[in-house]
Design a protein around this ligand. Structure first.
Ligand code: HAM
Length: 426
């Protein structure tokens, strides 16, 4: 029988990497606090209709990328491809419109999309998702961009570009859509197959196509910003002024239309110069009509999501720090097998005192245990030799300097902590 492997596009996050994830999540949580965003944990699967209506059924995500299944009661459920629709559902379901507005919420966790896997693109990937729901003020759009930039700054990312656009609203977009179609119509035969299919259903997405031929054709396409209604224009101007006020440099990108249908007005993306084709570390924007699309009343909102895998890849490329890799303080070594019960109780005592420690459970000899102590990254090896034990003591070897001292067993935890504290301070 062939050994079963993880499905294509799905990865195990092994200990060599998981500590980096923990660091990114910790920094995200600090930044969330700093900006007043409260964490929620959302379900991994939802009613399929939430995404079909919320994201839009002419989007690639809904048309081709969802993991949809029927549960035992015959209900159609979908593994979440993103978190915004769920967050708005959560807001509506829990009556958060009655609380202080905007409701500022964040979450993290895995998302699922049936995409072609490549570097930085997976079928299960993690997002950090921040949403401000309940107000239309363009300054909240500024806050959302500021939050993403502060997050990336704290993570040590600098090779970034912020791209912004406005995709209008249901009032001004139809006119733009028709103008765009009129412009594209004579070139229909030259567009790629996907764009030809998008022409009637979702022509704005053609602007976002990465095919050479389509890029060339759309070069002279009408600019969405020039077709904004007064309200969208004013919102966009205030948003850009706000970005300038916080000193954020950005590039206007009229091709930035985003892949999800719920966007209105602000659209933005942050890309990393250190990633390949999949270079968006985060993307977001405003979604003032998403709540109505899923059966709620008018509820404006704005937010963004960052892909954790891409953030980590960019951090690695930039040589950014992930903080200190967790290791252990002490490794308990026994000279004789008969000392193992003593070792277990000593280990337990050290741990109760807050020292991170471990011992060998594979029945190794003393030399191998000392080797294991070194490779464990422990600062100290605590050697329980028969002579020391007869004196009620333990030999504590500093594995970086090689210096060895003897401590009374019951004082060992305290003394080791004192040494660690002194070194951390000095
Ligand atoms: P999105 O642009 O589809 O937006 O995804 C946001 C980020 O998730 C991307 O910039 C990228 O870093 C990461 N990402 C997306 N797909 C993949 C994948 N297959 N593999 C790895 N990383 C991926 C949204 O999801 C919106 N919900 C963002 C938002 C929040 N808009 C408003 N609020």
């Amino acid at each position: 029988m062939v050994a079963i492997k993880a499905p294509r596009g799905v990865r195990d996050i092994l200990p060599d990497e998981s500590w980096k994830w923990a660091y990114v999540l910790e920094v995200a949580s600090e930044v969330a606090d700093l900006f007043g965003y409260r964490e929620v944990h959302l379900p991994i699967f939802e009613d399929t209709a939430l995404f079909a209506r919320g994201i839009g059924d002419t989007t690639d995500v809904v048309e081709k990328e969802m993991y949809t299944f029927t549960d035992r009661s015959g209900r159609s459920l979908t593994l979440r491809p993103e978190a915004t629709a769920s967050m708005v559902r959560c807001y509506l379901e829990h009556g958060m419109q009655r609380e202080k507005q905007p409701a500022k919420l964040w979450c993290s966790g895995p998302m699922f999309r049936y995409e072609r896997p490549q570097k930085g693109r997976y079928r299960q990937f993690w997002q950090l998702d921040f949403e401000a729901i309940g107000v239309q003020d363009p300054m909240v759009d500024v806050e959302i961009v500021a939050l993403s930039l502060e997050l990336f700054r704290r993570l040590g990312l600098s090779n970034l570009e912020v791209m912004v656009n406005s995709v209008g609203c249901p009032r001004c977009r139809p006119t733009y859509r028709e103008e765009l179609k009129a412009y594209l119509a004579p070139h229909l035969d030259e567009l790629c197959d996907s764009c030809r299919a998008r022409f009637d259903r979702n022509p704005l997405r053609i602007l976002d196509c990465k095919e050479e031929g389509c890029i060339e054709i759309t070069q002279g396409a009408p600019d969405v910003v020039e077709h904004l209604c007064e309200e969208c224009r004013s919102h966009f101007d205030q948003f850009l002024n706000g970005l300038e006020a916080i000193g954020a440099s950005y590039r206007l990108n009229k091709r930035l239309v985003r892949g999800l249908d719920y966007y209105t007005k602000t659209a933005f993306e942050v890309t990393s110069g250190k990633l390949g084709a999949q270079n968006a570390v985060c993307g977001g924007g405003r979604y003032d009509h998403l709540a109505e699309a899923i059966g709620g009343s008018f509820t404006p909102g704005v937010g963004f999501a960052a892909g954790i895998e891409r953030v980590i890849l960019s951090m690695e490329e930039e040589g950014a720090s992930f903080g200190e890799r967790p290791s252990i303080d002490a490794f308990v070594v026994t000279a004789e097998a008969s000392a193992r019960p003593k070792a277990v109780s000593f280990l337990h005592e050290l741990r109760r005192n807050g020292l991170r420690c471990d011992m060998d459970y594979a029945g190794k000899g003393m030399r191998s245990q000392l080797k294991a102590a070194s490779s464990s990254g422990a600062r100290f090896a605590c050697i329980l030799g028969s002579e020391e034990l007869s004196r009620g003591a333990v030999a504590v070897k500093d594995l970086s300097s090689g210096k060895q001292q003897e401590f009374p067993l019951e004082k060992a935890a305290e003394r080791i902590k004192a040494v660690l504290k002194e070194q951390a301070g000095g």
